[in-house]
Write a protein that binds this ligand. Structure first.
Ligand code: ZN
Length: 519
C-alpha cells in the first residue's frame, strides 16, 4: 500500500477533548469521530482486524450465527426455544461477530457504549453446567488477552455477570478494588461487609408528629438521632410500569443496578407523586407500614425490596404514610413486611471489602469484556421427556475498549510500538528520493509475504519519520542516497531496538526473520 493512496491523514497535534488513547487513534488516522459517530479508517481497520484475529486464534470450533445488530436477548430465547428440542443438543455454543450495541454518541474508544463485539452465546441445561462454561470462557480469553500484552483485572459486575477491566487513569468505568485482596467490582454493584451492631431492647411502635420533616436530614435533626436510626423509602418505576418501594437505612443510598438485578427488571426511574400515592404511600412520609406488601415477587400488592441494613439496627424512625407523621420504635420484622431483602446499597470508597474487610479503594478502568448469565432462558426436553428450563450465558469481548487499552500499553508520546501481529503493516518503507532502489526493496519484501506501507509522499524526511513512529509498524526500512552509499538500506526493528544496513537483496530475508521473531 502506498501512503499516497491511503485514505485518512495523520495529524500533527492531538485533537482536544479526547482521552489519550482516542487522541492517538485520531492522530494516527486509525479512527475519526464525525458528528459524534465513530468511524474506522483503513489503518485502524487493519489494527482492529489484527486484534480480532488474535482474539479468535485457537478458538474452539463453534457455530457461527449472525443477525441484526440489535438482536436482543429475548430474540435469542425465542431462537433457542425453537431450535433446541432435546437435552442431547446441550451444551451448545453460538458465536457471532457483529455490531452489538450501537451508540450514536461514543465518548471515545474506551467508552462503555462500545459498538463492535465478539460474542459467544452458551446454552446449557443447568446453572452448574453454565457456570463451568463461563469459567472456561473466562480462562480461555484471559489467555488470549494476556498474549496481547494486556494486563487485566477480573471483576464482578452484578449478581450473574463478571468480566475484566484494564486499569488506567482515563478509564470511564469507576471500580471499587480491595486494598488487600483481589476483590474488585464495578462501583455500583460492589458488595461490602456490613457493620456489626449492638443489640437493643425493642421499643414499642409509636406514631409521632414530625411536621416539615420530609427528608432523612430534617427527620434526623428533628428527632436528634443519627441517620443510621432512620429508614429511607425510595420509590422507583421499572420500564414495565411496576412501582418498587426500595427501603434502606437512612445513612445509605440505593444502587439502581443492584436493585434492577434483584427484581429482574430494567430501566428504573423515580416514580411520580401520583404513582407513589397510587400504591397508598405518602411521599416524604412513606414506609411499608400499613401497605399491602407482596408476599412474593409474583403475587399481588406493593413490591418492597429492603436492603440488608434494615436488619442491622433497631428502633428506627420511619414514615407513617400520613402527612406530617412518622413512627418511632420501628423494628423489622415485627412491624412491617417486605417482599424480599437483598444487598441493594450503593457502596463507596472506604467501605470494608466483603471478603477480607480491608477498605475498598476507588479505581478507574476500561471494561473490555465479560460474561452475563440468564436463567429461564429457553425450554428443552430432558431425558425423561419432561420440559425443562435451560440456561443461557453470553460472553462478549468489546473491540473498541480493547483497542483503547492496547493503545495505552503500546503508545507513548507519538511513538507506537505495536507487537508485530497487531501493527497495521509489517514494514514501513521510507523512500527518500531513491524510487528505483525502493521499488526493488518493495518487491523483495512482498515476495517474502510481508505487508508493506510505502511512504512515497513528496514530503520532508522528518514528516515521514514522524509518521513512521506514529503508525508504529514493527520494521522501518529507509532507502536514501546515504544508506545506498553505506551499502544498501537501513532497517530499524522497534521491538529489538536494532538498526543496521542491509543490501537490497538481503533485507527482505532479514525482515522476514525479525517478523517471525517478534510476532
Ligand atoms: Zn479484600
Amino acid at each position: 500500500m502506498r501512503m499516497t493512496d491511503v485514505f485518512g491523514r495523520t495529524l500533527r497535534r492531538a485533537p482536544a477533548g479526547h482521552d489519550p488513547s482516542t487522541s492517538y487513534a485520531v492522530r494516527a488516522a486509525l479512527v475519526r469521530f464525525i458528528d459524534d459517530r465513530l468511524l474506522f479508517l483503513p489503518l485502524g481497520l487493519r489494527v482492529a482486524n489484527n486484534i480480532t484475529e488474535a482474539l479468535l486464534q485457537g478458538n474452539e470450533t463453534v457455530n457461527h450465527v449472525d443477525g441484526p445488530g440489535d438482536f436482543p436477548i429475548e430474540a435469542w430465547r425465542r431462537l433457542l426455544d425453537d431450535e433446541i428440542q432435546s437435552y442431547r443438543q446441550l451444551p451448545l455454543c453460538l458465536f457471532s461477530r457483529r455490531l452489538e450495541r450501537f451508540s450514536d454518541h461514543p465518548r471515545g474508544l474506551a467508552s462503555p457504549e462500545w459498538v463492535r463485539g465478539l460474542k459467544w452465546h452458551y446454552a446449557a441445561s443447568t446453572e452448574a453446567s453454565l457456570s463451568e462454561l463461563c469459567e472456561r470462557w473466562l480462562q480461555q480469553n484471559e489467555k488470549r488477552l494476556d498474549s496481547l500484552g494486556l494486563p487485566l483485572q477480573r471483576l464482578e459486575w452484578g449478581e450473574r455477570s463478571c468480566g475484566w477491566a484494564y486499569l488506567c487513569d482515563f478509564g470511564p468505568d469507576t471500580l471499587l478494588a480491595c486494598s488487600s485482596c483481589s476483590y474488585m467490582a464495578s462501583h455500583a454493584t460492589a458488595h461490602f461487609k456490613r457493620s456489626e451492631f449492638v443489640p437493643e431492647d425493642l421499643q414499642s411502635l409509636e406514631m409521632i408528629s414530625t411536621p416539615d420533616a420530609d427528608t432523612i436530614e430534617s427527620l434526623a435533626a428533628l428527632l436528634d438521632v443519627p441517620a443510621t436510626k432512620t429508614l429511607k423509602a425510595v420509590f422507583l418505576r421499572s420500564d414495565d410500569g411496576t412501582v418498587v418501594l426500595a427501603l434502606i437505612r437512612g445513612d445509605l443510598e440505593i444502587s439502581i443496578e443492584k436493585l434492577e438485578d434483584v427484581i429482574g427488571r430494567r430501566g428504573l426511574v423515580p416514580a411520580s407523586r401520583a404513582e407513589i400515592e397510587g400504591i397508598g404511600a405518602v411521599p416524604g412520609y412513606a414506609s411499608p407500614i400499613g401497605l399491602h406488601v407482596r408476599e412474593r415477587p409474583e403475587t399481588e400488592g406493593v413490591l418492597v425490596v429492603a436492603d440488608l441494613s434494615i436488619e442491622h439496627g433497631f428502633n428506627f424512625a420511619s414514615g407513617a404514610n400520613k402527612p406530617g407523621f412518622h413512627f418511632s420504635g420501628v423494628n423489622y420484622p415485627r412491624d412491617f413486611e417486605v417482599t424480599t431483602t437483598a444487598d441493594i446499597a450503593m457502596p463507596k470508597a472506604g467501605d470494608p471489602c466483603p471478603k477480607c474487610a480491608a477498605p475498598l479503594e476507588s479505581r478507574a478502568g476500561i471494561r473490555i469484556g465479560g460474561w452475563e448469565a440468564f436463567g429461564d432462558a429457553f425450554h428443552f426436553s430432558d431425558e425423561g421427556g419432561n420440559l425443562n428450563q435451560g440456561w443461557l450465558g453470553a460472553g462478549t469481548l468489546y473491540l473498541e475498549p480493547i483497542l483503547a487499552a492496547l493503545i495505552d500499553v503500546y503508545h507513548r508520546d507519538g511513538v507506537a510500538t505495536w507487537p508485530g501481529r497487531l501493527a497495521p503493516y509489517d514494514v514501513y518503507l521510507v523512500d527518500l528520493r531513491s524510487p528505483r532502489e525502493t521499488n526493488d526493496a518493495l518487491e523483495g519484501l512482498q515476495a517474502k509475504g510481508l505487508s508493506v506501507l510505502l511512504d512515497d509522499r513528496d514530503v520532508s524526511p522528518g514528516v515521514k519519520f514522524t509518521d513512521a513512529d506514529l503508525i508504529g509498524c514493527l520494521l522501518r526500512i529507509t532507502v536514501s542516497k546515504r544508506s545506498l552509499e553505506r551499502g544498501g538500506v537501513e532497517l530499524v526493528c522497534r521491538a529489538g531496538q536494532t538498526e543496521a544496513i542491509y543490501s537490497i537483496t538481503t533485507v527482505a530475508a532479514e525482515a522476514a526473520t525479525l517478523k517471525d521473531k517478534f510476532m
